[in-house]
Design a protein around this ligand. Structure first.
Ligand SMILES: Cc1cc2nc3c(=O)[nH]c(=O)nc-3n(C[C@H](O)[C@H](O)[C@H](O)COP(=O)(O)OP(=O)(O)OC[C@H]3O[C@@H](n4cnc5c(N)ncnc54)[C@H](O)[C@@H]3O)c2cc1C
Length: 246
């Protein structure tokens, strides 16, 4: 039988504005459990009348960041929990959390297969933990990130991804924007297409371990593209954040 994970309290130590719609919450625990990149926490909010709402949020930070975890939460305008984080939660608040949770959708730098990371929107969050873990441990595994966002303003962790890309010849990254109207954007445009996956596979040289994360529709599409490009089914792991969308 699986061990029951109990609820713990963590203190909001820092809030970082990532994009107009995404904020990172650094949470400090008295005794932070070990975790693997790709895992998530459940967060539980309790209203004064006892009503509770619970949602899952992936860990954005690397396991190497001591004593804390970071969650990056995108604002869903008509949502229950994400607006609470964006509009109400402040530094010093106590949050009820349960985790870390998740088994197959995890990566440890002790692995020696290349990594293909496919992110749609806030699906970048657990994949960023993997990239940070890879960097913190000095892993020499080849990695490729394909990240689809709506507009330039929606690209979370853009500076850090660019820095990783520039500093690490074993990392390839491509950001593709589905709704950007600015003609100055010189990166990729449109939804993830087979050419982007094929370019990434050519860079990785060997069959990678694939992690795909985002909306249901995004994950379906990119997993199918990876299969069509010859990646075996067993090598593809997926995490779905919610309803269809880009
Ligand atoms: C394992 C796991 C990890 C997750 N990690 C993250 C994370 O790192 N960052 C993050 O921002 N979210 C993450 N999510 C999504 C998160 O759990 C919530 O679903 C999301 O924050 C919406 O919750 P809400 O209470 O604000 O909206 P809700 O009250 O649940 O929903 C309000 C409306 O928005 C729609 N909706 C719900 N979720 C989404 C969505 N993701 N995109 C578009 N529309 C939506 C609903 O269908 C509904 O119509 C994760 C989900 C899972 C299952």
């Amino acid at each position: 039988m699986q061990k029951r994970i109990s609820w713990q309290k963590a203190i909001v130590e820092k809030i970082i504005d990532e994009t107009p719609r995404a904020k990172t919450y650094r949470l400090r625990f008295d005794d932070r459990p070990a975790f693997r990149s790709g895992q998530h926490y459940d967060v539980r909010l309790t209203a004064p009348d006892g009503y509770q709402a619970q949602r899952s949020y992936s860990i954005a930070s690397a396991p190497e960041l001591e004593g804390v975890i970071e969650l990056t939460i995108e604002m869903i305008e008509n949502g229950e929990v994400s607006p609470f984080f964006h509009e109400v939660v402040q530094v010093g608040d106590e949050i009820e959390m349960r985790g870390p949770i998740g088994g197959p959708f995890t990566w440890a730098s002790s692995g020696n297969r290349p990594l293909l990371l496919l992110a749609g929107g806030s699906g970048i969050v657990p994949l960023m933990s993997m990239l940070r873990h890879r960097s913190a441990t000095g892993s020499s595994v080849r990695a490729a990130l394909i990240y689809s966002a709506r507009t330039e303003n929606d690209v979370i962790f853009r500076d850090e991804i660019t820095t990783f890309h520039k500093q690490d010849p074993k990392l390839h990254s491509a950001i593709t924007l589905t709704r950007e109207t600015n003609p100055d954007w010189t990166g990729e445009r449109g939804r993830v297409r087979s050419q982007l996956i094929e370019d990434a596979l050519a860079f990785l040289k060997e069959t990678p371990q694939v992690f795909a994360c985002g909306s249901d529709g995004f994950v379906e599409t990119v997993a199918s593209l990876a299969l069509a490009a010859g990646v075996p089914f067993q090598s593809i792991r997926t995490e779905r954040f919610g309803p269809p969308g880009s």
